[in-house]
Write a protein that binds this ligand. Sequence first.
Ligand SMILES: Cc1cc2nc3c(=O)[nH]c(=O)nc-3n(C[C@H](O)[C@H](O)[C@H](O)COP(=O)(O)OP(=O)(O)OC[C@H]3O[C@@H](n4cnc5c(N)ncnc54)[C@H](O)[C@@H]3O)c2cc1C
Length: 485
Amino acid sequence: VSSSPGSRSILRDIGGGNADQKDKAVELNTTNFDSVLRDTPAKYAVVEFFAHWCPACRNYKPHYEKVARLFNGPDAIHPGMVLMTRVDCAMKTNTKLCDKFSISHYPMLFWGPPSKFVSGSWEPKKEKSEILVIDDGRTADRLLDWINKQIGSSYRLDDKKFENEHVLSNITNYEQISQAVYDIEEATAEAFDIILSHKAIKSSETSASFVRFIQLLAAHHLSRRCRKGAAEILVNYDDICPSGKCSYEESGGKDTLGNFPICGKDVPRGYYMFCRGSKNDTRGFSCGLWVLFHSLSVKIEDGESHFAFTTICDFVNNFFMCDECRLHFNDMCLSVKTPFKKARDFVLWVWSTHNKVNERLMKDEASLSTGDPKFPKIIWPPKELCPSCYLSSDQKKIEWDHDHVYKFLKNYYGPKLVSVYKEKSVIGSKEETNIATEDLTVATNALVVPIGAALAIAIASCAFGALACYWRTQQKNRKPRRSWN
Ligand SMILES: Cc1cc2nc3c(=O)[nH]c(=O)nc-3n(C[C@H](O)[C@H](O)[C@H](O)COP(=O)(O)OP(=O)(O)OC[C@H]3O[C@@H](n4cnc5c(N)ncnc54)[C@H](O)[C@@H]3O)c2cc1C
């Protein structure tokens, strides 16, 4: 991926990277402008072009920062909506960048989808640009009003984290699933961190379960960086977990599990987007985990379906540290008596199992008021999302059209889920298109290729073409181990 190194860490460190001044707005320059705006999960960006010598800009900064604290960084009040950035045009290195946006005065503020800024420009007379000049952002209040008008929100400067009414409920919004691509990465990294912090690979059984899950991720995770991270772990597994005994601590060397961030060093970012609750302790990780399972299920081929089923069941049983959840889930796993032969059956099993959990939680949450008021549990998908999934329904019973449900799930957790990446690639350069496509390409043809000893557990169940290929490249590049040591 051609992003400049560290562009993602810049996004993550907003407030950390600029920790000296505690600035929340991200400082952009010629080098990181495109990569930061391409990598951001945010739907919109504000770019402030300023000059550090300009007194008006200095006076404006506290206003801009008041708004930036709402949107930027892991402590943001409304993360993932707007990325607030600034470019110092007084820096010689940024001259060309500022020229491209025809900067006529300081500060000058622009608004638009981040992808439109990538390799983008702005001219005063150009009509129909998706990049707009913010013409009324002179104070923090006015800037926020302007933003609210653009996105139909009602954010306020004194909003507090999770004490707000503004999270948009996504129950019936077909488009919002595209934000979940970032949550899948987040949940994967969080699951991995939990395993590390609990030192949860404790036996040969848990070790085998872990390897199988990582194998599933290496082959079918939607995010390229998570597939890559998973493959790295597999390749090095014998060294970092000899005989299933893992070393966990992060150290300078590459010989502990902690040194292999599964989705790259910049994930977890610290927040969820599609899975964001309106309260601090709702949704988040467990929602992200479900979305991960669904997104994996729709990628599975017929021959892998039973492997995927047992792998997910074992993973939940061994590594999902919510006792009630894993016990119930395990019961539902055990109730499957005949092995899956068809991917369709597995996709529908994950869906119906999730609905059984929803059904049970609907009652619990109603009596205990523990649910998220903005995201009440429902039998899913609601009619608004998929009318054709319903053959008939009354108060007590829904009769599903399983063909339509399957078709809906394949699209919803497949192309729809990754549509944000695709959108970015359409507008970007040819090179970018290739990157985005590569980002999303998953191994669909699962070949059984005999591979090395370290993957013995993995190949015992099945092996995936892409993974085997990766493994072989690594083996070629690896120095032979000196057996006399
Ligand atoms: C394996 C597992 C078992 C769990 N067991 C329990 C338990 O026993 N007790 C408990 O209190 N909590 C349990 N949880 C947590 C619980 O299911 C929810 O994840 C949590 O309450 C957050 O709910 P949510 O509103 O974000 O939606 P979630 O139920 O997490 O769903 C996430 C998103 O998936 C979509 N979705 C909903 N239903 C379906 C479906 N049937 N098929 C496809 N997509 C769907 C919706 O868009 C929804 O927003 C479990 C979680 C997991 C991953």
